[in-house]
Design a protein around this ligand. Structure first.
Ligand SMILES: Nc1ncnc2c1ncn2[C@@H]1O[C@H](COP(=O)(O)OP(=O)(O)OP(=O)(O)O)[C@@H](O)[C@H]1O
Ligand SMILES: [Mg+2]
Length: 236
């Protein structure tokens, strides 16, 4: 089997359906996500973006086709290793936040990595600063606002310092005062890390290296700049 090592994530002929008697929501998708670049996945509601990314860390297993992370196929055997290399911030923070205290939620990843207490504290503090939640560390997660929860979920993934960072709608619910910060933050990870961002936000799309357009579970286009995407989809 070909290893696809030069890509951070490589999707080969991936198809997926939720229910047996319903149509496929991913239809024969093949995409390569280059190392150390920022790639945006865009497309209408229901086009399959979130379903696609749930295959990247083995949360969903390919029904047809294959997904490779750092050249390694994602399957039940490799899933734990893959999950150390790729960090996914989900669209809905309630799917990601489990601990009652913010500090513990952000510390979950570093604790799992068996780091020292000092290293855990350092990572939590740093991730908290980057995600602008330092002031929330002692709060109860359940009564945070949606935007605050979104930032906590981002901090939790940043604290693991994954080499591949995947964000599903990172700016949804983020106020306009913080949004510029988060867009700069995403951009600051490249070229050191690979970033894959699902977004409806034109400002993010303008800042990335590549745009992949999904429609109806299929790859409809790939663009190297926002203008060509915008012209094709919204002008001509
Ligand atoms: N658990 C599920 N069971 C059945 N169908 C589902 C399930 N989850 C999602 N779907 C369907 O699969 C399709 C793709 O959904 P998905 O969440 O991947 O879209 P999306 O591109 O992320 O949309 P959005 O922009 O709204 O986040 C949609 O038609 C959705 O209704
Ligand atoms: Mg989605």
């Amino acid at each position: 089997m070909k290893s696809q090592k030069k890509y951070a994530v490589s999707v080969r002929n991936l198809s997926y359906r939720y229910l047996k008697n319903q149509p496929e929501v991913l239809r024969n998708i093949s995409i390569n996500f280059p190392l150390h670049k920022i790639t945006a996945i865009v497309g209408p509601n229901g086009s399959g973006k979130t379903t696609l990314l749930k295959h990247f860390n083995g949360l969903f297993m390919a029904q047809n086709g294959e997904v490779f992370v750092n050249g390694q196929i994602v399957n039940k055997k490799t899933r734990t290793t893959v999950q150390k290399q790729i960090g996914i911030v989900f669209q809905n923070p309630d799917e990601q936040i489990f601990y009652p205290k913010v500090y513990d939620d952000v510390a979950f990843g570093p604790r799992n990595m068996k780091l020292s207490i000092a290293e855990i504290q350092e990572r939590v503090a740093q991730a908290g600063k980057l995600a602008q939640i330092s002031h929330l560390m002692d709060r109860i997660t359940f009564n945070l606002s949606f935007g605050e929860k979104k930032k906590v979920a981002i901090a939790g993934i940043l604290a693991m310092q994954p080499e591949i960072l995947v964000l599903d709608e990172p700016t949804i619910g983020i106020d306009p005062w913080s949004k510029g910060h988060f867009i700069s933050l995403i951009n600051s990870f490249s070229p050191e890390k690979t970033v894959i961002v699902i977004t409806h936000d034109f400002e993010i799309m303008k800042s990335v290296d590549n745009i992949i357009l999904l429609k109806n579970g299929e790859v409809e286009g790939e663009y190297i700049d926002f203008n060509s995407f915008y012209q094709e989809e919204f002008v001509s």
